[in-house]
Design a protein around this ligand. Structure first.
Ligand code: ADP
Ligand code: MG
Length: 550
């Protein structure tokens, strides 16, 4: 070992170091993720250099990451046999914050997309080690160098670099943990963290000699190469449940954002807890196979929380804290792209196998209704609404239709989509409101779910056609009374004088309870009906009144 030299961190680097060590990351444990990612990058760069002949192939060495915990010395060691660093590289990469040798490497590869496996790009991850360490030692030697070097620092003002004779190829990072960070010298704690963040790293990761990352990052694979069994296994791994996925989507995109993703709809029905608004997301966000956030709440709209899966985007900076993630415009873009794709996917499933989709709709329709109600933008709202299913007066009982199909059957002059909310088909068909429009040959959608009414009220229109409940005045007034008159024989009608007498009697008796009374020719079996401006709102009011009383 030769004489070491001492280097001062530049003022700027020192300031940034302070931020990284104290506040950039919301969880201290992510330093493990950062150091394992660096090790994986070093291995990837070595693999690539060997492939391209820049380094002699070390056929006998397998490229691995080894972590070692030492309770007694309160240390954690992360070792790889990757590219290592020369003295100059040590000084440049670890002495200057925001300098990334990894990024320089990827940049040199150009736009071929070959750098995809390399994780680092910001040049700050390494410093996260100082969140938990008093001192960090880095031993490193490139495969073609005779000598190695040791870099050591307390992360405050300066660092030392010294020559080391006969060091191992690659890089070994030894963390001398702070007393208050003693938990990170525990094998169980490190195992948990490695499994959480680095489970899908492409190189074997050993902890105290045992390998832990054995599950393949399926979302990075080619769709055609993945068998059903692999999906099942992966789904079980993600959901930590038995059972199988009923729908599977592997989706990748390069623009407007890079996306590699996988989604599963469980075969089981959702539980009451799943259904609650409090239930969180079951989709995790990764960047190049490294976990950024598990149960990521912002990458999908809340109504899609029934999906299990992974979203990986190399555009997501790894070192974003949770707070920053929420404000990230990239996340918003991701969410929009994913929502649109997932709605399209579900529509495809509906077309492909309507029966299977109806079962899905019975189990998961609640989420779709919630999606329509909670989506703000009308265009997206209508997109989601394409997934709604209803029985219809134009179809046999048991058959269901969509708003899109309804519109396809509309007469070209029609501007209204009619619906009727009732607890069952029989009640819908015998309702006076249905009777009032039936003879006009108007198709009416029957809504049996208690939330359908709210959903259609909120949707308000679909492809510029107004959604109208046949219970409302709008629907009733829409059909001019004259058009019905021929349907009722003269002999069955009340004489004009009798009708007027009856109406004035009703007006006197009901006085302030009604605004108007009219004679109609369109009921044939019911003697009278009550209409209100907005029956849905009225019913909602009655329901809450009833709830209030119990
Ligand atoms: P990033 O990974 O975003 O580039 P880091 O602060 O994590 O930033 O690391 C800075 C640089 O230090 C890396 O880009 C790489 O050049 C070098 N480096 C870090 N760890 C290793 C390692 N285990 N082996 C080789 N080089 C490394
Ligand atoms: Mg890094």
């Amino acid at each position: 070992t030769g004489e070491g030299s001492t280097y001062e961190f530049q003022a700027e680097t020192r300031r940034l170091l302070d931020i990284v060590a104290k506040s950039l990351y919301s969880d201290r444990e992510v330093f493990v993720r950062e150091l394992v990612s660096n090790a994986s990058d070093a291995l990837e760069r070595r693999r690539r250099s060997e492939l391209t002949g820049q380094l002699d192939q070390a056929e006998t060495t397998s490229l691995e990451v080894h972590l070692t915990t030492d309770r007694h010395d309160n240390t954690l060691t992360i070792q790889d046999n990757g590219v290592g660093m020369t003295k100059e590289e040590l000084v440049k990469n670890l002495g200057t914050i925001a300098h990334s040798g990894s990024k320089a490497f990827v940049d040199k590869l150009g736009t071929s997309g070959e750098g995809q496996e390399v994780i680092g790009q910001f040049g700050v991850g390494f410093y996260s080690a100082f969140m938990v360490s008093n001192q960090v030692d880095v031993f490193t030697r490139p495969p073609d160098a005779a000598l190695g070097h040791k870099w050591t620092s307390d992360g405050l003002g300066s660092y030392q670099v010294a020559e080391v004779a006969g060091g191992e190829v690659g890089t070994k990072v030894v963390l001398h943990l702070k007393p208050e960070s003693r938990e990170f010298s525990s094998e169980d704690v490190i195992k948990g963290i490695v499994m959480k963040y680095s489970n899908f790293i492409g190189f074997p990761i050993f902890l105290n000699g045992t390998r832990h990352n054995t599950v393949q990052a399926l979302w990075m694979e080619d769709a055609k190469s993945i068998g059903e069994q692999q999906h099942e296994d992966f789904y079980r791994f993600l959901s930590r449940a038995q059972g199988r996925p009923r729908y599977t989507l592997l989706y990748r995109a390069d623009a407007p954002v890079n996306i590699r993703s996988i989604f599963y709809v469980p075969e089981e029905k959702p539980t009451v807890f799943d259904l609650s608004r409090e239930a969180g997301s079951s989709v995790s966000l990764y960047s190049r196979k490294v976990l950024v956030q598990s149960k990521a709440t912002d990458i999908l709209p809340h109504w899609l929380r029934f999906l299990h899966g992974v979203v990986d985007s190399e555009d997501i900076p790894l070192n974003l804290s949770r707070e920053l993630l929420q404000q990230n415009t990239l996340i918003r873009k991701l969410r929009d792209v994913l929502e649109r794709r997932l709605v399209k996917f579900l529509l495809e499933q509906m077309r492909k196998d309507p029966e299977k989709f109806d079962t899905f709709y019975d189990d998961y329709g609640v989420y779709i209704r919630e999606g329509v109600v909670t989506t703000a933008e009308q265009e997206v709202k209508e997109d989601v609404a394409r997934l709604l299913r209803f029985e219809s007066s134009a179809l046999e009982p048991g058959q269901r239709t969509t708003l899109m199909e309804y519109v396809g059957r509309m007469q070209s002059s029609a501007r209204h989509i009619h619906y009727l909310c009732a607890p069952s088909r029989v009640l819908a068909q015998t309702s006076p409101y249905f009777e009032a429009v039936r003879r006009k040959d108007i198709e009416v959608l029957f809504c049996y779910d208690q939330f359908d009414e709210l959903v259609l009220l909120r949707l308000d229109q679909f492809l510029r056609n107004k959604l109208v409940s046949v219970e409302t005045d709008i629907a009733v007034d829409h059909f001019k009374e004259e058009k019905f008159e021929h349907l009722m024989p003269e002999s069955e009608r009340l004489a004009e004088k009798d009708a007027e007498e009856l109406m004035s009697w009703i007006k006197t008796v009901l006085a302030d309870k009604i605004t108007n009374v009219k004679v109609t020719a369109r009921l044939d079996r019911h003697p009278a009906m009550v209409t209100v401006l907005e029956m849905g709102a009225a019913r909602h009011f009655l329901r809450t009144q009833a709830l209030g009383r119990t």
